[in-house]
Design a protein around this ligand. Sequence first.
Ligand code: NAD
Length: 375
Amino acid sequence: MKLAILKETAPGETRVAAIPETAKKFAALGATVAVESGAGLTASIPDDDFAAAGAQVGSRAEVLSQADIILCVSGPEPEAVSGARPGALLVGALDPFRRSAAIGAYAAAGLQALAMEWMPRITRAQSMDVLSSQSNLAGYKAVIDAAAAYGRAFPMMMTAAGTISPARVFVMGVGVAGLQAIATARRLGAQVSATDVRSATREQIQSLGAKPIFVEGVAGIEGEGQGGYAGETSDEYRRAQAELVSGHLAKQDIVITTALIPGKPAPRLISDAQLASMRPGSVVMDLAADAGGNVEGTVPGERAERHGVAILGAVNLACSLPADSSALFSRNLYNFLSAFWDKDQGAVILPPEDEIVRAITLTNGGRVVSERLAG
Ligand code: NAD
């Protein structure tokens, strides 16, 4: 099997789909690994390191020629993989809902496109889950960026010139990113509280030394949706949540929002009136900016300001930690492909009925075959 690792072309993309460690591991499975020259530079990996790991480094055309598997982080423009042979696998975060034209073009080119972000949330697939690995880093970086934008310190400091009180950090949405945000803010010495619609998160919040803020006694919580994801809440719940959160928000210095509902716009958690109740100089970091935003006034990729409160519209924070995010993403790809590696045939065999294969296969045999895309 020949594996091709492309230099990413999407704007702002800094990651790479293999690191020398995974290149070596693929070689140990018997694969030939070809890396496009310069592919690792933005993640601080020189071509020489890939070559030392046994990979062939070459031009895009050389790398793509006769490749059986093409690895990417963001989905490439179809023209960028036009040299690929029909039947090759294209594996990466292909963003299927927003890139339907590109997915159609992959099908027309005969590629079998596999969307890593549609990995099912089952125990077997945990080590292959790019959403988790990248969200974890995003949760960390959200706190670091918010701290940098905040004009005060995080920890309590007792100095000869007086005491600095600790920052109060509120995390809304306690999934993978939210949990890491809580842990990071705690490490920096902040007083941390957090909320979610899924009651299972209450204990997780407490175990990290933060205070859970939860709506009590309201019927209609549908927060335990499929596969560990949240569903939409009832109107009554939303009203109770807004009331509870309003009182709490006014006392916070930093708010990190991470709430997402798969396939739906992000839930609106903070209104303009609530922002106005916050102390000037406070910072709100909206990790759901790309999905419509949890905060009124969020501009994706930009810093906005309302009532003296900075609103940071975070977009793809994992790209700002390219060395670590590439390492984790690459291992997710290796864990996926190696799980389907048939040693006797020396090839990746994807049984069409396998739960993972079904969930992530977008195109096959010249057609778009994903039920989610068809529906
Ligand atoms: P996510 O990114 O879809 O959402 C982030 C958080 O926002 C979730 O906790 C969600 O409950 C919360 N949220 C949604 N609407 C909200 C609202 N109105 N108010 C407050 N919070 C709201 O979630 P995620 O980070 O991907 O993880 C969700 C769960 O799935 C976690 O428990 C995680 O451990 C689990 N998970 C399991 C696997 C696996 O088993 N392979 C992989 C990844 C995640």
